[in-house]
Write a new protein. Structure first.
Length: 422
């Protein structure tokens, strides 16, 4: 949308405030509001951000940063009153000399998309995200009691999340985000919503918006939604399945109809598999992430398949222009911008070096069993250091190591500090 069109909308609909949103390096959504009358100035000069108190940003010497709204991301928050419309934009973060800020995940993802495009590929990403819904207590605080006892594909009255899922899908539709499917998952109070595939950057924006929408709409209904990977010790975990399509010359390289693409698709998959252990601390960034992996149908081994849906990477068998691969290990605690970027960089590296995709071993390599192990792999990874700024990476590792040191292995799932954050 053009600036003048946005300004006209703000004036016509009497918008008073504009929210400028961004994520810290851990994927936590942040925002600030400005007066609508100052929005035009913000697009030219940016809005000051004191990075010294933003988690993960404070490791940089120059902490004066600027937020610049991305005009293509304008949306109205539909769960707010129609009489008080709130316009929100995702922002690009820059230094005061207008250089891109190295800790901005959106900037990193743009670089990954450019790397794909340099090889002639256009990356599209789809998302399938699971989450639990819990009851609140009398004071409005979340409990560990699921809102229902329903299971896979149940309907009302067993499924008490049906209206919430509907409200979320309708709200996302009003925001221009198309969902393709939603239903009750296996666990009590557990749900899944799937998204239409889009370009990589909008897909990351959409996932951040989705999490915010689910939590906000749950709150309106006096409920609490958690994307914690495994919030209940004896129930199924919640994952974030990432579906990737790569197009070259308007052809999907994962469509086996075009035999010329077979080496490209196999090398892309090999690139991810060969680097997955180095990326796991980014894709699965909290202690609770490793309580999910290897349990139920969550992957444990570094494997791929066209038939088995439990493998780390599943290759779709449609054999058409919509064919895709699905990475099944990641969870919603991740920063989607950095996660998507590393997946694309890894795949491109695989194609660049024509890496071979081998059949699964009889005794395949395993994913990290703990956050501590994943951080060791990350710290030694030359691949990740090639693409993520050194200060950003150092900060991420330092903070996560502190979490490992503080983690009480006997702590109950219900007391997990990320229960309220993810």
């Amino acid at each position: 949308m053009k600036l003048q069109e946005i300004l006209q909308y703000i004036q016509t609909h009497h918008v008073k405030f504009v929210r400028l949103a961004f994520c810290d390096i851990f994927g936590t959504l942040k925002n600030l509001s400005i007066n609508a009358e100052d929005f035009e100035s913000a697009t030219t000069y940016g809005v000051n951000l004191d990075a010294s108190i933003v988690n993960g940003f404070m490791n940089f010497k120059k902490t004066d940063l600027l937020l610049f709204p991305d005009l293509e991301t304008m949306t109205i928050l539909p769960w707010r009153s129609n009489h008080e419309k709130v316009v929100r934009f995702f922002c690009d973060i820059k230094h005061v000399d207008l250089r891109p800020f190295e800790g901005d995940g959106r900037y990193l993802l743009k670089q990954a998309m450019e790397a794909c495009e340099a090889f002639g590929y256009t990356p599209n990403i789809g998302i399938e995200s699971e989450f639990y819904v819990f009851q609140n207590d009398e004071s409005g605080e979340p409990t560990n009691i699921p809102v229902d006892t329903a299971s896979y594909l149940d309907v009302t009255p067993l499924d008490k999340c049906e209206n919430l899922r509907r409200d979320v899908c309708l709200a996302l539709g009003e925001m221009g985000i198309k969902t393709t499917m939603s239903y009750h998952e296996k666990g009590p109070g557990q749900n899944v919503i799937m998204f239409q595939k889009d370009y990589a950057l909008p897909s990351a924006d959409n996932f951040v918006t989705f999490k915010n929408a689910v939590k906000s709409i749950a709150l309106v209904n006096d409920l609490y939604a958690s994307f914690l990977p495994r919030p209940l010790a004896n129930e199924a975990g919640s994952g974030l399945r990432i579906k990737v399509i790569l197009r070259k010359n308007d052809r999907n390289i994962f469509d086996d109809e075009y035999a010329v693409n077979l080496q490209e698709q196999r090398s892309f998959i090999a690139g991810i598999l060969n680097r997955i252990n180095e990326m796991s601390a980014i894709l699965n960034p909290i202690h609770n992430s490793y309580e999910r992996l290897g349990r139920e149908k969550a992957p444990k081994y570094i494997t791929w398949s066209k038939e088995n849906e439990s493998e780390l990477i599943r290759v779709d068998e449609k054999h058409d222009e919509y064919s895709f691969i699905t990475l099944r290990s990641s969870d919603a605690a991740c920063n989607p911008y950095i996660t998507f970027a590393l997946l694309l960089f890894a795949g491109v590296e695989g194609m660049k070096h024509q890496e071979q995709l081998h059949d699964n071993k009889t005794s395949p390599d395993m994913l990290p069993a703990s956050l501590a192990e994943a951080l060791e792999n990350l710290e030694k990874s030359q691949f990740v250091r090639t693409y993520i700024n050194e200060k950003t990476l150092e900060t991420f590792i330092r903070v996560k190591k502190e979490e490992v040191d503080l983690q009480d292995q006997d702590a109950s799932f219900e007391l997990d500090p990320y229960f309220r954050l993810v």
